[in-house]
Write a protein that binds this ligand. Structure first.
Ligand code: SAH
Length: 232
């Protein structure tokens, strides 16, 4: 079954963008997933096709209007649509690999891309939009964030990745960071490839990789080690 992504945006020209290339682009061609964009402005009712207004209570910037967004959401994801309705938002729950994997097992996603200061809270509540963040920094719009999410999800769809195993060995699937990689040449600027990797001893290689992975994680992401020990 095709994974269906519907993206609500003021900038449909930004899609498929990078998602049209490489692994996700080939998967789009093969119809493993489908991408539809909805122009929020098409749901404006006035002559100027206004989608935003000044914030109640004052302050800088503009807010996407609840009535316009609601009409776009109802069009893109009518009653009965089983797909999660996401809103890219720095206030959202940080996106993680387990959530990415969960989404890739579903029928698709509807994604609303915010702009300006964000979206009127009432439509977030009324349409049950799930706020998702891609990190603790502020982008100028939700489009790049939506592309990040879709890239992560699409590569996990069946038939997208050439080598299925490579998806499961990666950083975060196991709870820790991945081991370092090496390839030819054997000597790079005087630096050799670690002996163990050319030893042909698969048991020793696996043990070395695991040890390096855990060392790296302890050094760079002690928070992940703590999470792993809490789980076991
Ligand atoms: N005033 C808001 C920022 C708005 S940025 C605040 O301070 O929280 C404009 C839009 O960009 C947001 O509505 C959201 O859709 C998107 N965006 C910005 N940063 C993001 C992030 N880290 N993750 C996901 N979406 C983000």
């Amino acid at each position: 079954m095709t994974f269906r992504a519907t993206v609500l945006t003021l900038y449909p020209e930004m899609f498929p963008g990078p998602l049209g290339l490489s692994m996700s682009g080939r998967a789009l061609e093969k119809e493993i997933w489908a991408l539809e964009t909805v122009q929020l402005r098409d749901f404006a009712t006035d002559r100027h096709r206004t989608v935003d207004d000044t914030p109640a209570g004052g302050g800088a910037g503009m807010v996407l209007k609840a009535d316009i967004v609601a009409k776009a959401v109802d069009h893109a994801s009518p009653v009965g649509d089983e797909r999660p309705r996401l809103l890219m938002s720095p206030r959202g729950k940080p996106l993680t690999q387990p959530r990415v994997r969960e989404l890739s097992g579903g029928p698709g996603v509807m994604i609303l891309c915010g702009r300006f200061e964000g979206v009127d809270q009432r439509v977030i509540d009324a349409r049950g939009l799930e706020e998702v963040s891609i990190g603790d920094y502020i982008l100028s719009g939700g489009e790049l964030a939506a592309q990040v999410l879709l890239d992560a999800v699409v590569r996990l769809l069946p038939g997208v990745m050439g080598n299925v195993a490579s998806g499961e060995e990666e950083s975060f699937e196991s709870g820790h960071l991945e081991h370092p990689h090496y390839t030819r040449p054997a000597d790079f600027e005087g630096m050799p490839i670690p002996d163990v990797l050319t030893s042909g001893n698969h048991g020793r290689i696996a043990a070395w990789r695991r040890e390096r992975a855990l060392d790296l994680t302890a050094e760079r992401r002690p928070d992940l080690i703590e999470k792993m020990t809490r789980k076991t």
